[in-house]
Write a protein that binds this ligand. Structure first.
Ligand SMILES: NC(=O)c1ccc[n+]([C@@H]2O[C@H](COP(=O)([O-])OP(=O)(O)OC[C@H]3O[C@@H](n4cnc5c(N)ncnc54)[C@H](OP(=O)(O)O)[C@@H]3O)[C@@H](O)[C@H]2O)c1
Length: 389
């Protein structure tokens, strides 16, 4: 990848998701083979514990860096080509790492779904990332890779088939089973607390164009009200992660120079069994398992991860009624089993992505490495990208 000591550092390896990422990288790359990598965290005792738990050899290096100690972050990021971070809530602990990577020219991938924080990071660090060459790629987990890259995949097929991109794409969650971790819960609560303190954050969270500075596109479809969607062929209702993913998709179009048009429309909804009865809401396939609300460090059991899945449909529409129907499926629970594989592979893929095609700056996954991810995730992360018509 480069002349740095490590191709990749997995920082936050002591957390619930971080240790799954470390386990994935170990499984796919081993230690001392084609990828020079290390785990990172703030406690050597905990890192030792994780290394033993995932079955890593003694030779797996580890690095101590604490979000509260900027010098430790600066030292860490100078040793790596790419830092994969699962240290969250990002709005509480993530900002100094973005600053350090942007300054040092170190590539960065994370799992944040905290759009309010992403907006602040773009404003603060886009210029220094462009200057240093650091590629900062937010939201490289279930939020938002299967959606962002799924839209990209459907659009590439639309161009191949119809000679142009579709002005409207529907994202439809056909099925999903999985749990939530303490870190995810803490991140949601941090966003809620921030919005209570600052009403402008609530406005930002509701704005599909919150991450396209200086650009507001066409009015977007109402993703909140259930309806019988004839194009999908089913009743659909709101999807709890649409707010995050729609912003990423519009930012992808923005960063690529609006190939899908300035009036591009995208909505993301969940397929329902029929007309909704009773009050709207619910977790849409996510659950907290039998043990109640998880604390930081806790999350779904191995069995819950391995029996989880997701099935997404993207319908790209030509104005004349022709469509591309593209499916993205994951082979484990979305938030952790699948996310850990996706994040690890996104980090490695970013390191392999030339700066000539993706220079320094704040990117979305699809705008930074859309086509490489469509090839890599099926080979390494258990995703499938298929066409249904
Ligand atoms: N987008 C997605 O699809 C997706 C999926 C899964 C998770 N996530 C996000 O990923 C994040 C992590 O979730 P999780 O459940 O894995 O959380 P977690 O188990 O609580 O892990 C958090 C990690 O951050 C570390 N940390 C906390 N404060 C730190 C500091 N001052 N310096 C260095 N490290 C520090 C913890 O270290 P210690 O072990 O030393 O405490 C731990 O390694 C959350 O923000 C969550 O929302 C997103």
């Amino acid at each position: 990848m480069s002349d740095r000591e490590f191709d990749v550092i997995v920082w936050g390896a002591t957390g619930y998701t971080g240790r799954l990422v470390a386990a994935h990288v170990l499984r796919t790359h081993g230690v001392g083979r084609d990828l020079a990598w290390a785990i990172g965290g703030r406690s050597s005792a905990k890192l030792d514990e994780v290394a033993a738990e995932i079955g890593a050899p003694q030779s797996l290096p580890w690095i101590i860096a604490d979000a509260a100690d900027p010098a430790s972050l600066d030292a860490m990021v100078r040793r790596a080509s790419v830092v994969i971070t699962t240290v969250g809530p990002y709005q509480l602990y993530g900002s100094p790492l973005v600053a350090a990577c942007a300054a040092a020219g170190t590539d960065y991938v994370d799992l944040t779904g905290e759009s309010n924080w992403i907006a602040v990071m773009i404003a603060a660090h886009e210029a220094s990332a462009k200057a240093s060459g650091a590629r900062i790629v937010f939201s490289c987990g279930f939020d938002s890779i299967p959606f962002d890259v799924g839209v990209f995949f459907a659009q590439e097929e639309a161009r191949r088939r119809f000679g142009r991109y579709a002005a409207r794409v529907r994202g439809r969650v056909r099925g999903l089973k999985g749990g939530l971790s303490g870190g995810t819960l803490a991140s949601g609560m941090a966003t809620q607390a921030a919005a209570q303190q600052d009403p402008s954050i609530g406005v930002l969270l509701a704005d599909p164009f919150a991450l396209t500075p200086g650009f507001k596109g066409a009015p977007q479809p109402d993703g909140e009200t259930p309806y019988e969607d004839n194009v999908t062929g089913a009743w659909v209702g709101p999807f709890m992660m649409a707010g995050i993913n729609t912003k990423a998709v519009h930012r992808t179009n923005f960063l690529l120079g609006h190939p899908w048009g300035e009036r591009f429309q995208y909505d993301e909804m969940q397929v329902l069994a029929g007309p909704p009865s009773g009050a709207p809401g619910g977790m849409g396939g996510f659950n907290f398992g039998a043990g109640g609300l998880p604390k930081p460090g806790e999350g779904p059991t191995r069995e819950e991860r391995e029996t989880g899945f997701y099935d997404l449909l993207f319908i790209a529409e030509e104005g004349d009624g022709r469509t591309v129907r593209a499916a993205v499926r994951g082979d484990m629970d979305p938030g952790y089993g699948s996310t850990a594989k996706i994040l690890g592979e996104a980090g490695i893929c970013l390191g392999d992505t030339p700066r000539e095609t993706t220079p320094g700056g704040c990117w979305t996954p699809a705008s930074a490495m859309g086509a490489p991810l469509v090839r890599r995730l099926p080979a390494k992360a258990g995703l499938t990208f298929t066409l249904e018509n």
